[in-house]
Design a protein. Structure first.
Lengths: 388, 185
């Protein structure tokens, strides 16, 4: 992995007052993204607008595509053309992208997709918040594969995590998702963009060996194969079909086993390096609130109230949602009375908490269908109940 | 923590009021400020609002719950949002555009003909800046220096001077209103 300083051309150093959507665009430009293909959809459109406005001054390409299927397909092509690439979308557009998200995983293509979540299903609540795509991002395309998903809780984190998303996608040659939500996407807060020489970006692992020896799917020591740029004179084949190290289809059980396990292993075996979470007052906690995105901020207000009432409550905020921090949850499950999991859906991440807890501590869901954030009082009530 | 709501009809620069206030507080007054806006199906001409939560500490819950400062530049907005104002809150209205009922409870109400003053400056498009100046003087949540520093980038550069003049005029009107208010009491 080659780390370099960010290209100053894309870095808008300084303190700004930005919404989360704009901050995602700035994060992408700072990370070196120079190709964006997308189709506008509320509440993610502002990211596309900002990117389109800024990219002529930075140097790169913005294309408004005919739909989200074309958008993700263009990303795959541009990534193989050597660019760092991204798109943004929301529920309905995300559903359209699912098939080719699988293709990107199978072709081991680095790309970044931000989903600024709104209420669903279907067209649902175009202008209002939701967190209902957390399982879709993990399982939405068919077959077995692994992805990485991050969840920002503020415009500042939209900026920071977008850079991290690009870095992770380059390290692991995998689609990385920024699972934001309408509230974080549309709220304005201070965003500090550091000088370019303080931003670390990861360069793609380019192959520079003999032209006739290149194997696009031969795992390196870190399990991740080298890439080449289309047009640089390497002959290679890539496909959505089950393939061998050369990238040619091999349609049998042995190759399927090798191919699919590899897609999974490169993420699961590096999970400790990918997973990030933030904990507070967790050591002596009776109850731990597990949350992500905007809900973590609302939950924290409930936690403050609970602490005033004398309850020992800790928090664990998921910054990386996928891969899931299963070891940490299993560890905590042995010590705490219960987990409280507020989500803007009818229960998604709570099932992961339950799975990892394996019956050692109950996971109490505080559900909300979206359209607004939780009333902190509802979370407080669940914390009080769980502490009994 | 202070919860502020700006309201009026679409096109009056209501969202801009929230942006300028939030930027001023968080970038130049070293506070935390989270700005959100109503993202309903509102179109130009109907009631709209922007909300800012200003705090010494990090803002957790991003929305206002019971605003203590409400600015209304249209009758619809006043009718829609006034009932949500805190009992001991401050209400600022455009006296030409809003026909207000007597203030509830301990609410303090202050008025300014912001649209008329803006027209006298040459264009009613400056109404929001006149109102922001007035708001700054009365509320004292954000310093006038910070507000003016926040303007570049949020108003067109070629109209920066006249926007500052509009702000100053509203600010001055606010100071005079406050001193009259003190003499009365």
């Amino acid at each position: 992995m080659k780390k370099v300083k960010a290209d100053p051309k894309g870095v808008l150093t300084g303190a700004h007052y930005l919404d989360g959507d704009f901050a995602i665009a700035e994060g992408a430009l700072a990370a070196g993204c120079r190709f964006f293909a997308g189709y506008p959809i509320t509440p993610s459109t502002e990211t596309a607008e900002r990117f389109a406005e800024r990219i002529p001054f930075v140097g790169g390409i913005f294309i408004q595509m005919e739909d989200e299927i074309a958008s993700i397909t263009a990303l795959i092509g541009a990534a193989w053309g050597g660019r760092k690439v991204m798109t943004v979308t929301s529920g309905p557009g995300f559903s359209l992208m699912m098939e080719n998200i699988g293709l990107a995983c199978m072709m081991e293509t680095p790309l970044v997709i931000a989903n600024v979540q709104r209420g669903g299903p279907s067209t649902g609540l175009p202008t209002l918040v939701g967190q209902g795509d957390m399982m879709q991002v993990r399982w939405g395309s068919h077959g077995d594969y692994q992805i990485i998903a991050l969840s920002p809780d503020s415009p500042q984190e939209c900026f920071d995590l977008t850079i991290r998303a690009f870095n992770l996608s380059e390290i692991y040659r995998v689609p990385v998702f920024i699972m934001a939500d309408e509230c974080v996407g549309h709220m304005h807060e201070k965003v500090v963009i550091p000088p370019a020489d303080q931003i670390e970006v990861v360069e793609r692992k380019w192959y520079d060996g003999p032209k006739d020896k290149y194997l696009p799917y031969k795992p390196d020591k870190d399990l991740v194969p080298f890439m080449v740029k289309a047009g640089d004179g390497y002959r290679f084949h890539t496909t959505g079909l089950t393939h061998d190290e050369r990238g040619y289809p091999v349609i049998n059980a042995e190759c399927q086993d090798w191919n699919v396990r590899h897609l999974s292993d490169k993420i699961t075996k590096n999970a400790d390096k990918i997973i990030k979470y933030e904990e507070d007052q967790i050591d002596k906690a009776d109850v731990v609130v597990i949350s992500y995105g905007i809900t973590s901020r609302v939950a924290y207000r409930a936690v403050q109230l609970a602490r005033k009432a004398g309850i020992k409550v800790g928090t664990l905020r998921l910054i990386t949602v996928w891969p899931f921090p299963e070891k940490r949850i299993a560890e905590l499950a042995k010590k705490v009375k219960a987990f409280v999991v507020p989500e803007l859906n009818l229960g998604q991440i709570v099932h992961e908490v339950e799975r990892c807890s394996a019956g050692q501590a109950p996971a109490v869901l505080v559900s909300h269908c979206g359209g607004w954030v939780h009333d902190p009082e509802d979370i407080l009530k669940a914390i009080k109940e769980a502490a009994k | 923590m202070t919860e502020i709501q700006f309201s009026g009809f679409g096109g009056q620069g209501i969202i801009r009021c929230g942006l300028i206030t939030g930027k001023a507080a968080s970038l130049y007054d070293n506070k935390y400020a989270t700005m959100t806006q109503s993202f309903g199906p509102e179109a130009r001409g109907s009631a709209c609002s922007s909300q800012v939560v200003v705090s010494q500490d990090r803002v957790l819950y991003p929305y206002i719950t019971k605003p203590e400062l409400l600015v209304s530049i249209s009758q619809d907005a006043y009718d829609k949002y006034e009932p949500e104002l805190r009992e001991d809150g401050i209400l600022l209205i455009d006296t030409d555009l809003v026909k207000a009922r007597p203030a509830r409870g301990k609410i303090k109400m202050y008025g300014i003909p912001s649209t008329r003053l803006a027209e006298e400056l040459g264009n009613r498009i400056f109404t929001n800046l006149v109102m922001l100046g007035f708001f700054t003087a009365i509320s004292k949540v954000v310093t006038p220096e910070a507000m003016k520093k926040a303007l570049p980038g949020l108003v067109p550069q070629r109209f920066l001077d006249i926007n500052i003049r509009a702000f100053d005029q509203g600010y001055q009107y606010g100071l005079e209103t406050l001193s009259k208010d003190q003499k009365k009491s």
